[in-house]
Design a protein around this ligand. Structure first.
Ligand code: C2O
Ligand code: CU
Length: 529
């Protein structure tokens, strides 16, 4: 992902402190990088004399990066509440043939299952996952949404080693907070294969006003059927992505802008997928939630797609939204909601009597829909696969208010950081602050600060922006902004999120469109001391 030669050149050309700060590999490689070549290459300007008269290379004197190996990372982990319980799992990433329900595809998955077997833990338990691999490429696991210890975050070259075929790596960390999360690799476009699964963290104190529960994982599918993810990426590198690139007034007033009919704007994604799945199943052989009339069912909806937002609804049912990205909100009733890549919603529905369609329509795409069933009686599936609820009350972020137990305490930001999202080279490069990841300027923070991120989208596509290791709060005047780790930033929109810098380390932040991300749309939130 990161050409080492480019970094080495950066080192030689930039002042020592910015070289250390700008290099994606600097955090993990700092000790190794203080080599003869580095020191000689930097010359006399790279050294500084401390008060004690000791000459130290400026690489260390000024960069002050909190690496994943920093004692502050271990100390923060030590301070986390630990129940004394351990949950141990093994995951094997391997090439498999998957049956999607009448169609077999060759892809990669965990343990031959799609999605991978869900992992369920209690908050404060220590999760230990042995990842082994049979893949022809290195891989990692990222625990999407968890504010976990930095060295277990699964980002190669930044936090955690890759696992090669035949190797094993043990992820071990205390699970910091309850809710609906998921796991996936953080290498290349592996996210667009079958490598994903749900991670559910239970809270013994959760009131839990529901009777049954189901995990509903949405995914856009092409691997082993249409073009492979690697082919799609290659094509995007060659031909670009996105119908209407950049700002520009092309096409007249309002073209490309969000509207009531197209809340994310008309250009929601480039890839046309041959199929969309719910829990790894095609509509022809749908996943079914079976329960009894009148029972309250909690659905944990996860968008594991790579280039597709979904409009979600259940025929004949209202959705009571109770959690966004794992954190509780004041319950809101809607009929439909849009869920961006990487986002999660928990909703409670009271099951009616019959067989009802659960649908996820690819937002702004002509692709076939994903479908599952809610079943409380025998009989055939519903004929209506486009329920009226899809056109009913649609959830908006502004409808959601953080539950008091999830709200971030009111505080004036100590630091404001800008993230400006742009596209370049006709959709071949997607950038943050004018740079792609291999050339990124880290966003510096100090532990203990309240940080405001101001995200400005200067492109005509929405970007589901995700931050690792933190759950930020959408800024609202009343201080009740919902907590999220992934937020859809609409075309030309500017939005602000606040976070407490309480989890030291080096954290990736990126667009969760896996193709945008691989075409550069990533940077780091970089703790300094
Ligand atoms: Cu879902 Cu950087 O991750
Ligand atoms: Cu994007």
């Amino acid at each position: 992902m990161i050409p080492p030669s480019a970094q080495d050149q950066d080192d030689a050309e930039r002042p020592a402190d910015s070289a250390a700060g700008s290099s994606p590999a600097s955090a993990t490689d700092a000790p190794r990088r203080l080599t003869r070549r580095t020191v000689l290459g930097l010359g006399a300007a790279a050294a500084a004399v401390t008060a004690a008269g000791i000459i130290v290379p400026r690489l260390f004197a000024n960069a002050r990066i909190v690496a994943p190996t920093d004692p502050a990372v271990a100390a923060t982990e030590q301070a986390r509440h630990h129940t004394g319980r351990f949950v141990t799992r093994s995951l094997r990433a391997e090439p498999v043939v998957l049956d999607l329900g009448g169609r077999e595809v060759r892809s990669w998955a965990y343990g031959g299952r799609l999605p991978g077997a869900p992992i369920r833990v209690g908050v404060g338990d220590e999760l230990r996952v042995n990842l082994s691999s049979d893949l022809p490429a290195p891989t990692t696991i990222h625990w999407h949404g968890l504010a976990l210890r930095n060295d277990m975050d699964g980002v190669p070259g930044l936090t955690t080693p890759q696992v090669e075929a035949g190797q094993v790596f043990e992820y071990a960390f205390t699970v910091p907070h309850p809710g609906t999360y998921w796991f996936h690799p953080h290498v290349g476009v592996q996210l667009d294969t079958g490598l994903y699964g749900a991670l559910i963290v239970d809270d013994p104190n959760e009131p839990g006003a529901y009777d049954d529960e189901a995990v509903v994982v949405l995914d856009d599918w092409t691997d082993g059927w249409g073009e492979s993810p690697d082919q799609l990426l290659e094509r995007a590198r060659r031909d670009g992505m996105g119908g209407m690139h950049g700002m520009g007034g092309m096409g007249g007033m309002g073209m490309g802008m969000p509207s009531v009919e197209q809340p994310l704007g008309p250009d929601t994604g480039e890839v046309r997928y041959p199929a969309h799945l719910i829990n790894g199943r095609l509509p022809a052989a749908p996943y079914a939630i079976t329960t009894s009339p009148g029972r309250r069912v909690r659905l944990r909806i996860i968008n594991a797609g790579s280039d597709t937002a979904y409009r979600f609804a259940i025929g004949g049912h209202r959705l009571t939204v109770t959690h966004a990205d794992g954190f509780p909100v004041e319950p809101v009733d809607v009929e439909t909601l849009i869920i961006g890549m990487g986002e999660r919603y928990d909703v409670v529905v009271t099951a009616g009597n019959g067989v009802f369609p659960i649908v996820a329509i690819p937002e702004g795409k002509p692709d076939p829909a994903a479908q599952a069933l809610l079943r409380t009686s025998s009989g055939a599936g519903p004929a209506d696969t486009r329920p009226a609820e899809l056109g009913g009350r649609l959830l908006a972020y502004r409808d959601l208010i953080a539950s008091p137990r999830a709200a971030l305490a009111t505080r004036k930001p100590d630091r404001q950081l800008k993230m400006t999202l742009t596209v370049a080279d006709g959709g071949r490069r997607w950038l943050i602050n004018g740079r792609s990841y291999d050339d990124h300027e880290p966003l510096p923070v100090n532990a203990g600060e309240r940080v405001r991120l101001v995200i400005t989208n200067q492109s005509m596509m929405f970007h589901p922006m995700h931050l690792h290791g933190h759950t930020f709060a959408l800024v609202r005047p009343d201080g009740r902004g919902i907590r999220k780790d992934t937020v859809n930033v609409l075309p030309t929109q500017q939005l602000a999120v606040d976070l407490d810098a309480d989890n030291p380390g080096q954290w990736l932040t990126h667009c969760h469109n896996v193709y945008h991300m691989e075409l550069g749309m990533m940077t780091t939130l970089s703790y300094r001391t």
